[in-house]
Write a new protein. Sequence first.
Length: 130
Amino acid sequence: MRGWKEWIGELGDELDPTLWFVARSGDELAGYVVCEPEIAGDASIGYVAGFAVRAKYRKRGLGLALLHHAFRELKHRGRTAVELDMDSENLTGASRVYARAGMVPIRQMLLYEKRLREGEDLTVRSLDQV
């Protein structure tokens, strides 16, 4: 998985920190949403490139508030739609937040992988393992 520095470096001229929104509780980061002004060269569609809410701040409406804030800003900039990618195996309930925000699935994709290494299986299969 790529790191933040690599991802930010790839953005080049598309880098727009005015589309990065952070929620804090005191000195602690509670959640964030990072958007890009367009996706695949389509200036009518904004893109949510990163979104997270810390576990202890979930189920309080923070994620929905962050998404709505991002949607308003993208609409203000003339976007008519917003897309994001998500892991369908996500255990955090993110898909429920996306649905409450009015988002609907538009396509599904399967990605297959085989790890070629020795060692212990570190795959997370439940939140109790985190």
